[in-house]
Design a binder for this molecule. Structure first.
Ligand SMILES: [Zn+2]
Ligand SMILES: [Zn+2]
Length: 209
């Protein structure tokens, strides 16, 4: 279940770089989804400046331009990089250049297949999904909470986070160093190389104490 299927993420931070994941023809009727996904992405990362690499995009339908204007109105600076002459012209003719920055930001070539760059980043476990003793739902916690009490978000049962619960947790979590999304994985996946499902960064998750 990729959270964002309409664009690919290269950097996710206060300045983010993305590119459209699909042929632009597929977007015209999915503009509201694009809007929803971009807004969620921008919100998740407190992104103030969004750079969209248009290297492989020759034109932008008005529905997509509308989404970019909405992002701008939402308070996010929108930059288009590697825009074609046609796109630049459309933005000038429609006076959208007042809201959308075009070709002011240079974006380095984006490797075609990110997963082929097999740089593996070692990431420490950050969280544990422990089981609520009352309703058996999983509750996210971390080792700083050992010995403290926590409340199950599902049944409101209050229980102590015993070290044993963390040791028994079958699911752990860690933050992807590239897209900063919190990822859940199974304990068996520790020490294995796994790709981030959102940005394909290759990670090896270790228990770092
Ligand atoms: Zn519970
Ligand atoms: Zn990621």
């Amino acid at each position: 279940m990729p959270a964002f299927d309409l664009f690919e993420i290269r950097e996710a931070d206060t300045v983010s770089i993305v590119r459209f994941a699909q042929e632009i023809d597929n977007f015209s009727h999915r503009a509201s989804e694009l809007h929803e996904q971009l807004l969620r992405f921008v919100g998740d990362h407190s992104c103030l400046k969004l750079v969209i690499d248009l290297k492989d995009t020759t034109y932008l339908p008005s529905s997509v331009l509308g989404v970019l204007v909405q992002l701008h109105n939402h308070g996010c600076e929108v930059h288009l990089a590697n825009a074609s002459d046609d796109v630049v012209e459309v933005l000038h003719v429609t006076q959208l250049v007042r809201m959308i920055h075009v070709n002011e930001t240079a974006v380095e070539p984006w490797s075609e297949d990110i997963s082929e760059r097999l740089e593996v980043v070692v990431v420490g476990v950050q969280g544990y999904c422990v089981t609520c003793p009352e309703c058996l739902h999983e509750v996210d916690t971390d080792k700083h909470n050992i010995g403290k009490r926590t409340v199950c978000g599902h049944c409101d049962h209050e229980f102590a986070v015993a070290a044993e619960l963390l040791r028994e947790a079958t699911h752990l979590s860690a933050d992807c160093p590239s897209c900063h999304n919190r990822l859940r994985f199974r304990r068996e996946q520790l020490q294995q190389t796994i790709p981030c499902p959102l940005c394909d960064t290759q990670m090896e998750i270790r228990m770092i104490v």
